[in-house]
Write a protein that binds this ligand. Structure first.
Ligand SMILES: O=P(O)(O)OC[C@H]1O[C@H](OP(=O)(O)OP(=O)(O)O)[C@H](O)[C@@H]1O
Ligand code: HPA
Ligand SMILES: [Mg+2]
Length: 175
């Protein structure tokens, strides 16, 4: 079967949900500055859209981690390809991720970042796929809970393709 994409969450729904998350986060962090940490590469589209909807002051940093390579299964080994530029000590940190799937990436990352003594550390994910979880991760803000299917778009890739789709889709015709 040839590779094709089926729409799971249309563009308008993704955009509306991100606006709502931005409002909620702005309320929760009233009077504070949020230090957003984008988990590259997948988190970048969500981070940009979410940041535009947050009304309290924000600063941003970027970390690049990966464990999937070109496949649809986590290797289980999380590799830091680029670390943060700045210290997070004493900052109110909000991690911005595209998806929590097995939980391997965020379980590892939360542990690494917690050791750097932030004032607070919370997690915001666009997508949560709870059926595939092998590591327990506490998620503070979720865009959508999705079924156990390999999704692409809005930053998510299959073999580095499809990140630029403005909606969430399911890849069909792959192992
Ligand atoms: O919960 P998990 O099973 O760990 O999966 C989630 C992680 O996997 C993907 O990253 P990937 O390794 O594909 O890197 P990428 O963002 O550069 O595509 C995704 O962007 C998350 O960071
Ligand atoms: O469903 C997914 N799609 C793309 N990348 C991913 N990384 C973890 N799960 C996924
Ligand atoms: Mg990927």
């Amino acid at each position: 079967m040839a590779e094709s994409i089926k729409v799971l969450v249309p563009e308008e729904e993704v955009d509306a949900r991100i606006r709502a998350l931005g409002e909620q986060i702005s309320k929760d962090y009233e009077g504070k500055q949020i230090h957003l940490i984008c988990v590259l590469k997948g988190g970048v589209f969500f981070m940009c859209e979410l940041a535009k909807r947050i009304t309290v002051p924000v600063s941003m940093d970027f970390m690049c981690v990966g464990s999937y390579g070109d496949g649809t299964k986590s290797s289980g080994v999380v590799r830091i390809a680029k670390d943060l530029d700045e210290s997070i000590e004493g900052k109110d940190v909000l991690i911005v991720e595209d998806i929590i799937d097995s939980g391997n990436t965020l379980y590892y990352l939360m542990d690494v970042l917690q050791r750097r003594k932030p004032a607070s550390l919370h997690l915001c994910t666009l997508l949560d796929k709870p059926d595939r979880r092998v590591k327990d991760v506490k998620v503070d803000y979720t865009g959508f809970e999705i079924p156990d299917e390999f999704v692409v778009g809005y930053g998510l890739d299959y073999a580095q393709k499809y990140r630029n789709l403005p909606y969430i889709g399911v890849v069909e015709g792959v192992e």
